[in-house]
Design a protein around this ligand. Structure first.
Ligand code: GLU
Length: 506
């Protein structure tokens, strides 16, 4: 642990803006924050950063909490869970920020800017790649270029203004990132970000610093896309609070497209046919549905495990980790700097492994729900069936095909697969088999197999010729586990009824 944090309780935050469905990169950010906090016996805080009302999307906050619940990443403090630093929604904290912006102005670290939207547009047209910065602020209408009397008059007349940070023209800003090591910026590359908007709402930059301070955040893990904002945040920390209590920053590597060419986007998933969101997301305006990992048939254990592996490993070659193991083994030192390529095949592999690893009882209800959606009502045999077929399932939805026929016979058994080689001898065999099975008092798979094979021998047939017809009768298609195991679970009555039904179709 780094010096200065030894006696301090670890407090991390996930600070999403509720602007839509949660991309897997966002969930990985939550996960790394969570793992670190829990390992250190610390607190995991969720703060909703909704200061930009124009980007607010209905339902997005609920979606975030539904995702956390599904993944088992329970916040210690949040708008939903409460906590000693409430409120946890920035829009409800609005009155808290202005004093900090005012303080910066009075100390000459920020200034009023009165430029109208039209004036800014005109400047953008006039100057290529216009940035409001040391190079241009002298051309604009602000408290640096206007006289004190002019500023006082504009303020007295309630002229709309924003407050911008006054960045040093040329100064190196350094900090130590927990993943990247020392990072240096020169302020000449950075623009004078708006801190307080005309409506009195803070921007993200001011709010994030004030809230991390007020909420006593010790570590902030966030996506790499926030790295360019870091110098502004560091300077705000320096100007407002001194650097002493500043959280330690870690900028997590990007999740890349499968070919490694750039950041993975929702559009890549749509194009390549895999989910990038945690849960189904329905855009409230367009009603467009974006498929989620959950609805695609992923187990939360697999989703979390797969996310942890995007940029982290424990160095031992182990690939399957439960959340508890991740908490025990996670270390920020082993998070890679480089982007992590997303591999959907690998994601499915994790799911397959977790389907095999978990007790079937833990996903039985979900499978029953998927079956019910297809009009299939599972019975008490469900757990036994799941045990038998889970080896064959990669996604939970695969259980519909692999387990469904146990509870509902196929409406369209694949007769075409056996018709060409069907003959009277086979017909007679199955009629005899019905009789033999009817008299059976034992109904274990091994008993059924012995009887079947004895009868095959008595009819001077080969077992190989009869197994496929038997499978088509019980399953409906050329798939599934061993036929005798299937017959054993189906029970006598159902097995016989399925044989009779298919015989009647010839
Ligand atoms: N509100 C920012 C977001 O939407 C948070 C960035 C940060 O963690 O500082 O991702």
């Amino acid at each position: 642990m780094t010096e200065g944090t030894i006696n301090k309780k670890v407090r991390v935050r996930f600070a999403p803006s509720p602007t839509g469905g949660l991309h897997l990169g966002g969930v990985r950010t939550v996960l790394f924050n969570y793992l670190f906090a829990k390992q250190q016996g610390g607190d995991f805080i969720v703060r909703i950063e909704d200061t930009d009302q124009t980007r607010f999307v209905e339902g997005a906050e609920d979606y975030i909490f539904d995702t956390l619940k599904w993944c088992g990443l329970t916040p210690d403090e949040s708008p939903l869970h409460g906590g000693p630093f409430a409120p946890y929604r920035q829009s409800e904290r609005k009155p808290m920020y202005k004093e900090f912006a005012d303080k910066l102005v009075s100390e000459g670290k920020a200034y009023y800017a009165f430029d109208t939207a039209e004036e800014l547009d005109a400047k953008r047209k006039e100057i290529n790649n216009f940035q409001y910065s040391h190079a241009t602020r002298g051309l604009m209408k602000n408290s640096l270029t206007l006289s004190e009397a002019e500023v006082a008059e504009l303020l007295a007349n309630n002229t709309p203004y924003v407050i911008r940070i006054l960045l040093p023209d040329e100064e190196e800003v350094k900090f130590t990132d927990l993943i990247r090591g020392e990072v240096t910026f020169n302020t000449k590359e950075v623009d004078d970000k708006v801190l307080l908007k005309a409506d009195g709402m803070p921007t993200y930059h001011l709010a994030v610093v004030v809230d991390d301070y007020k909420m006593q955040i010790t570590h902030a893990f966030r996506g790499e896309e926030w790295l360019p904002s870091a110098p502004v945040h560091i300077l705000l920390w320096k100007y407002l609070f001194g650097l002493e209590n500043m959280p330690q920053w870690a900028h997590l590597p990007l999740i890349l497209k499968p070919d490694g060419n750039g950041k993975l986007s929702k559009r890549d998933g749509d194009r390549l046919g895999f989910p990038t969101f945690s849960l189904d997301w329905i855009d409230p305006k367009t009603k467009e549905v974006t498929i989620g990992f959950r609805e695609r048939g992923f187990l939360p254990e697999a989703f979390v495990n797969m996310l942890a592996a995007l940029g982290w490993n424990d160095g031992s070659g182990q690939e399957l980790f439960s959340l508890e193991e991740l908490i025990a083994k996670f270390s920020i030192d082993r998070v890679h700097k480089g982007g992590a390529k997303f591999d959907y095949e690998k994601a499915k592999w994790y799911n397959q492994e977790w389907i095999k690893k978990l007790p079937v009882a833990s996903y039985k209800e979900q499978v029953a729900g998927l079956l019910a959606k297809k009009g299939i009502v599972a019975n008490d045999n469900l757990e036994q069936v799941l045990e038998l077929v889970r080896e064959r399932c990669v996604l939970l939805n695969d259980f519909v095909e692999q387990a469904g026929f146990f509870f509902k016979p196929s409406a369209t058994p694949d007769i075409a697969a056996i018709q060409p080689k069907w003959d009277e001898k086979k017909n007679m065999f199955f009629i005899e088999l019905i009789r033999a099975y009817e008299l059976s008092t034992l109904w274990e798979a091994s008993d059924l197999e012995i009887e079947f094979k004895e009868l095959v021998a008595a009819h001077q047939l080969k077992p190989g010729e009869l197994m496929l017809p038997f499978r088509i009768m019980l399953v409906g298609g050329k798939f599934g586990p061993g036929v005798f195991e299937i017959a054993a679970i189906l029970g006598k009555e159902e097995t016989l009824s399925r044989i009779k039904h298919v015989l009647s179709l010839f």
